[in-house]
Ligand binder design. Structure first.
Ligand code: GCV
Length: 666
């Protein structure tokens, strides 16, 4: 018995498909049986079918093909596409590479695990092509074993500045590959201390080992890079991207790194952000920095992923001209077209920082000549620390579906990051991950739905939040219909409930500074991070219209006009874009202040109802899972009560306006 959960690869015994003859014979068409990914796929199929149905399949590899060289996103997607059909009394999985075969195998195992009929599922050929070429997890793990914004124990990659490679590493690769993840960055974007030395002899051997394990599951290894490595580990006095000496140092360094870690696919860089070094120090642009590294990495077929989270984090609260929301756009838009073709800009979904509700970053739909990658966060930094239940897939569906009006019919965020809108060379989606070495990987067992769901959604954008939740529950908790329904009733509304008892109408923040858990309405108001609500006795919200910071106008029309007008702006974002009196009437017919009171009281009651639903599952789900989630619900209710009381009291005392319903406000 392992001391950690197998989550959706639990492979419990199943009844459906017991007599399915087709599951006894598989053909992998296009597979090279010597390919390690194909070997892993065979082993997984054998293991899963034995455990779930006591079937020992015969697996034959046929029509060996040579995978395409993955020189762009289209080639990656061609290699990863798979087709499954029933043929000659067996199951045929066809693909252009071992990766496609592996994804096909996981498709079959999922069908069995959720107890759908295999015969019906594959009666007609099923063809699946990944929506995004790069589907990546970003770990914010530090080499001392801590995890920045980690809520599920310590890192399973590092301990005391050493890299751990063990059985759990392999199980992790299996788990994430099964959802469709094909890339992983294993260290924090804030690259400090020992992590700066990842690109030195000290860590090459372990990294090579780790890279091999991931490669065996079709997962590309990436490292976060310290932009100032020339100074920190090179002993130089500059990191100027145009300096000949700096360029020469990187040439030697990359030659060494790619030789020692042959599976390495590239680097992620956080530069000029929150105290991290970058090209601005030398009067250079972000493009100068990214291109310098990319030009050198190119000969190794590698990619530079460059984050757009660049803003002035030392803003004076009296300064009403500077707007953190504008910063990404202002810093990166002017150089659209200048970034070289193995650079990808990684853009957070919103212009601020992973709040429970934000508009979409205007860079998505703004940039037209640049490779782009969307960054979301499944680590619940601002969304409940994996204590509060907050199923994020409905939010990600909204993000992907957002119509940017960047021209043409394929103008949603999903279209852009699939590479189709602008024919980008590379594109994709990354999530700051929520894993750690807790027994269940994600702290709250139900937060596993976000890990599972992110991968599934990245692979198949068309899946609904409901489908994904149902798969997660059936595979990882129970197939019992009532249990499945109950847990889905908990997961699906959980994001909106969390939003209701925390910060209202898109204003965000109001969290405890530094930790980002729990309420502190004014915690960030007079601080330097550019995250204001601007509440006074008359009103609340940030004026980001043409009369304010002008941020609303960064969108393409008609989004710009919609956001610029308090009448047309959707309620859920109205305080993000407008400073409004408490008496302003929303589309819902309520005033802003009444909305604040109502949603907070309701949100708390709804959280209580979720906890009560979970209680009905005692004895019907695994005891360890039951107790884990129950304990978290206990804490969630304390949190929700505090948010409700603090927000309502604060705005009651600021505005002096009574609650229409006369409820208890302190
Ligand atoms: C890794 C926020 C978080 C930081 C994080 C940063 C980022 O500011 O609070 O912990 O740093 O975002 O995305 O780089």
């Amino acid at each position: 018995m392992k001391d950690y959960a197998q989550l959706w690869l639990d492979y419990k015994e199943k009844r459906e498909n017991k007599d399915c003859e087709e599951l006894k014979r598989f053909t992998f068409s296009g597979a090279d049986k010597e390919d390690v990914i194909v070997k892993n796929a065979s082993a997984e199929l054998t293991r899963g079918l034995a455990a779930m149905l006591s079937i020992e399949p015969v697996i034959v590899c046929a029509d060996t093909a040579v995978p395409l060289e993955e020189t762009d996103g289209e080639a990656i997607r061609d290699n990863e596409e798979y087709r499954i059909c029933i043929k000659d009394g067996g199951i045929d999985i066809a693909a252009k590479s071992g990766k496609g075969i592996l994804y096909g195998v996981f498709d079959v195992l999922r069908t069995v695990a959720v107890e759908k009929s295999v015969k019906a599922e594959y009666a007609e050929e099923k063809r699946v092509r990944p929506s995004e070429p790069l589907r990546m997890l970003n770990h914010w793990d530090n080499m001392d074993g801590s995890i920045e914004r980690g809520y599920s124990g310590e890192s399973f990659f590092y301990e005391d500045n050493e890299i751990i490679v063990d059985e759990r590493t392999k199980d992790y690769a299996r788990l994430i590959a099964s959802t469709g993840i094909n890339a992983v960055v294993i260290n924090n974007v804030n690259v400090k201390q020992a992590a700066s030395y990842m690109i030195t002899d000290r860590y090459f051997a372990k990294l090579a080992e780790l890279g091999e394990i991931f490669a065996g599951y079709g997962i590309g290894l990436f490292l976060s890079l310290n932009y100032a490595s020339t100074i920190e580990i090179g002993g130089m006095d500059s990191a100027d991207p145009l300096d000949e000496g700096v360029i020469a140092w990187w040439k030697d360094k990359m030659a060494e790194v790619f030789k020692k870690i042959p599976t390495l696919k590239g680097f992620l860089v956080k530069a000029d952000s929150e105290g991290r070094p970058g090209p601005f120090t030398y009067g250079r642009t972000q493009a100068d920095g990214a291109n310098m590294l990319a030009d050198i990495a190119k000969q190794y077929g590698a990619i530079i992923i460059w984050r757009c989270f660049v803003y002035n984090c030392r803003q004076d609260w009296r300064d009403r001209k500077t707007d953190r929301a504008r910063a990404g756009y202002d810093n990166f838009m002017p150089m659209d077209g200048d970034y070289h073709d193995n650079v990808i800009l990684q853009i957070k979904n919103g212009p601020m920082d992973f709040q429970i509700r934000e508009p979409i970053s205007p860079l998505l739909g703004g940039l037209k000549k640049t490779n782009q990658m969307l960054e979301v966060q499944i680590a619940q930094e601002y969304t409940g620390h994996q204590i509060d239940v907050c199923y994020l897939i409905p939010m990600f569906k909204e993000i992907l579906g957002f119509k940017t009006y960047c021209g043409g019919s394929k103008d949603s965020v999903a279209d852009i990051i699939s590479g189709e809108t602008f024919g980008s060379r590379y594109s994709g989606i990354a999530a700051v991950t929520n894993t750690g070495n807790d027994f269940n990987w994600t702290g709250n067992y139900l937060a596993g739905a976000n890990l599972y769901g992110f991968g599934r959604l990245a692979f198949e954008n068309g899946l609904s939040a409901e489908q994904i939740a149902e798969e997660f529950v059936r595979m990882s908790i129970s197939g019992d219909k009532e249990v499945v329904d109950t847990i889905m009733e908990i997961l699906l509304p959980s994001r909106e409930i969390y939003e209701r008892y925390t910060s209202p109408l898109g204003i965000g923040w109001m969290v405890t500074p530094a930790t980002h858990y729990g309420c502190s309405v004014d915690g960030y108001e007079y601080d330097r991070w550019g995250t204001y609500h601007r509440a006074d006795h008359l009103g609340i919200g940030v004026d980001r219209t043409d009369k304010g910071t002008g941020y609303a106008l960064l969108y393409n029309e008609p989004n710009a006009s919609m956001y610029n007008s308090p009448e047309d702006c959707p309620d859920e974002l109205v305080l993000f874009f407008h400073h409004l009196p408490y008496t302003h009437k929303l589309h819902s017919g309520k005033t802003v202040i009444q909305h604040i009171y109502d949603t907070h009281f309701e949100g708390y009651e709804e959280a209580k109802a979720l906890a009560a639903k979970w209680d009905t599952l005692k004895g019907r789900v695994d005891e360890e899972i039951f107790e884990n989630v129950k304990e978290r619900f206990g804490l969630q209710l304390v949190n929700a009560r505090e948010w409700c009381d603090q927000v309502n009291s604060y705005f009651y005392r600021k505005s002096g306006i009574e609650d229409e319903k006369g409820r208890q406000i302190w």
